[in-house]
Ligand binder design. Structure first.
Ligand SMILES: [Cu+2]
Length: 463
């Protein structure tokens, strides 16, 4: 599932709406959903089976989906004008369960995946072409994955999505789920440096989450280590600091619940909500399901339980922040028609920041004027209908399997204009932090109530 700039969402499943089959890899059931009106329309892809594809958003908000069932090279983009999928240049390697990450220059690094060569490749959206990066050697990931699968307690899968994030100095950091962490360079032929191991007790935390919740900061949560006895998911969490010369990871307080297959969403105030997952770490399984949500406060580094969901959201479930600052939690399953863990529905979470003390909806400030687009480092003028005391911005995102490499939250430095009219916002100047793409800017009043997100495109800096 991915955000569209107007607030709608595009979702997709596989060759079938409720299941996947080995296919020539050329069809996906897909639909666009309007969360305000509840309306759907079909946007099926008749050229590419995007089941377990890599997903990331480009500079103009276009959704790029690459690879997928059954280990294909196909690549597609979701055209924001026609609201339909169209083919893009195929990758050099077939990739199933690959992770994509958009870099500060607007290109996409596509990494470690089933069926792929032992190195990554890079997509240039301007030329619609792929180039191999043979120096981004991923053999340690394959070797560790194979080792874990060999020692596995038989609950899991051989397929791992890798967590990948851009560092402030433009490298790509990989905090797992292998024990060894990696730092990739994507310039020239590419390069790799091994880091690690992680500070967690469980070392191979597949199907956890990794979230860029602040410039240069990651929150990694949960997942399962198939070699660990007793079986099951972990509640461990760590914070990674990417602003140091070499990324440093430290263990923090654990979540209230053990979880695998959950989702993590940064909200408009910078807190992170963790939704769903199960405690047993078993694929396609709603036993031991986690209905309680929990919220991480990045200032105090503490966890608190939040409103529960009522529908299990496990393997193949998704969650995203929406334009109106609420959170959608959806899907799960895809194990064939009638499979009891298929959940073809969604629930929407209203964060506490949208409510008064008595539970009624709070009055929200509104952003009435801002530019359409800006460069990193630019000062922009913005008007609101009420006085506000904080501005934040979040990049629109695509997500699959709990992986969301697009998600980026930051506070924006600002000052009130002397003439009493509006605000001047000083945008982050580092394009490796302010990755090109479409963002929602939120204005928060003194009570912390956010506006609806206003669209701001961050452009690729001219070289
Ligand atoms: Cu999958």
């Amino acid at each position: 599932m991915a955000n569209l700039p107007d607030g709608r969402l595009v979702s997709w499943s596989a060759f079938l709406a409720e299941g996947f089959v080995p296919t020539p890899g050329n069809y996906t059931v897909s639909a666009v959903f309007n969360p305000i009106t509840g309306e759907f329309f079909d946007s099926n892809n008749s050229a590419h089976d995007m089941f377990c594809a890599g997903v990331t958003l480009l500079e103009d908000g276009t959704v790029l989906a690459t690879g997928g069932n059954s280990t294909v090279r196909y690549s597609s983009r979701f055209n924001l004008d026609t609201l339909q999928w169209e083919s893009t240049a195929p990758m050099n390697s077939p990739r199933w369960y690959g992770t994509n990450v958009t870099l500060g220059n607007g290109k996409v690094f596509s990494t470690f995946a089933q069926g792929a060569e032992e190195f990554g490749e890079m997509y240039d959206p301007v030329t619609d072409s792929w180039v191999n990066l043979p120096g981004t050697d991923m053999r340690t990931l394959s070797v560790e994955q194979a080792g874990v699968n060999a020692r596995s307690n038989d609950m899991g899968t051989g397929q791992w999505y890798a967590y990948m994030h851009v560092t402030p100095d433009g490298k790509v950091y990989h905090p797992g789920p292998t024990e060894t962490m990696h730092l990739f360079t994507t310039e020239g032929q590419g390069d790799v440096e091994q880091l690690g191991p992680t500070p967690l007790d469980r070392k191979h935390i597949q199907y956890g989450t990794s979230t860029n919740f602040s410039p240069g900061k990651l929150l990694v949560t949960g997942g399962e280590d198939l070699t660990y006895i007793p079986n099951g998911a972990t509640n461990e969490a760590m914070i990674v600091d990417l602003t140091t010369a070499k990324p440093t990871a430290r263990k923090i307080d654990s979540m209230h619940r053990t979880r695998a297959f959950h989702n993590a969403v940064v909200m408009a105030n910078g807190e992170i909500i963790i939704i769903g997952g199960n405690g047993n770490g078993i694929l396609f399984n709603d036993e031991d399901t986690r209905l309680d949500s929990e919220i991480f406060n990045p200032d105090t580094e503490t966890w608190r339980l939040a409103q529960p969901i009522s529908v299990p959201r496990n393997y193949h479930s998704v969650a995203l922040l929406m334009k109106d600052a609420r959170v959608i939690s959806a899907g799960g399953g895809l194990c064939g028609e009638g499979c009891y863990v298929n959940h073809l529905d969604a629930q929407i979470y209203t964060p506490g920041y949208l409510l008064n003390q008595d539970g009624s909806l709070a009055d929200r400030p509104e952003i009435t004027e801002l530019p359409d687009a800006a460069n990193p480092g630019e000062d922009i003028q913005l008007q609101t209908d009420h006085e506000v005391s904080r501005f934040t911005m979040i990049r629109l995102a695509g997500t699959t399997h709990g992986i969301n490499t697009d998600q980026r939250f930051m506070d924006i430095e600002f000052s009130a204009n002397d003439n009493g009219s509006g605000y001047t916002l000083n945008l982050e100047d580092n394009p490796n932090i302010l990755i090109p793409g479409i963002y929602w800017v939120f204005a928060l009043n003194s009570e912390g109530v956010p506006s609806v997100g206003a669209i701001l495109k961050i452009k690729v800096l001219e070289q």
